[in-house]
Design a protein around this ligand. Structure first.
Ligand SMILES: [Zn+2]
Ligand SMILES: [Zn+2]
Length: 187
């Protein structure tokens, strides 16, 4: 789906669409999106640019960074962008130059800027990019997830193990031997 900028010049253009995000479009294969992304929003002419506001709702499947178990999560993203008409519309640059201070209500530096291609915004591409951008770096199934035991590999959410209680780290044992030697040489 493409949003035509011209359709928003006479009044805000509103839309609602289900955008399919195919898994191969996502570079991280663990971030599978079952079904589609529910996308709604509005495109408003603010002169010389446009304001695109959108809300994306979807559910995705990730793998927990701590316990490695797959889990699903609902996402509800509210986004806003400044859309510039781009190179195809030469008048945009001219308008910008003649603009006095205070003429803008928007703070463009607070918003990401999208450059329209041939007078339109590719909504599918935008949605795909945003879904990918919002995959967490370290996904966790639950903030209280206890992860896998680094020694025996047991999932500590499901099963207790005795590793922590019984372990005397061999590296500490080696240090202890060094310290005894130093102490001996000093006395
Ligand atoms: Zn987990
Ligand atoms: Zn263990």
């Amino acid at each position: 789906m493409h949003l035509q900028l011209d359709q928003a010049r006479s009044g805000p253009l509103r839309w609602r669409d289900a955008v399919r995000v195919p898994a191969p479009d996502l570079s991280r294969d663990e971030a599978l999106v079952p079904g589609s992304v529910d996308c709604e929003g509005s495109l408003t002419f603010t002169g010389p640019d446009f304001l695109l506001q959108t809300r994306l709702r979807y559910r995705y499947r990730l793998r927990c960074d701590r316990c490695l178990a797959p889990y699903e999560e609902d996402v509800d993203l509210a986004l806003a962008f400044v859309v510039t008409a781009g190179g195809s519309d030469g008048s945009a640059a001219a308008d910008d130059a003649g603009e006095g201070p205070g003429a803008r209500e928007l703070e463009p530096e607070d918003l990401s800027t999208l450059v329209a291609v041939a007078g339109a915004v590719d909504l599918c591409r935008l949605v795909c990019e945003q879904v990918e951008l919002n995959v967490p770096m370290k996904p966790t199934c639950d903030s209280a997830c206890r992860g896998l035991c680094p020694q025996c590999g047991v999932d500590r959410n499901r099963q207790a193990c005795n590793c922590v209680a019984e372990s005397v780290d061999p590296r500490w044992a080696a240090l202890e031997a060094v310290r005894e030697r130093i102490t001996d040489s000093l006395t």
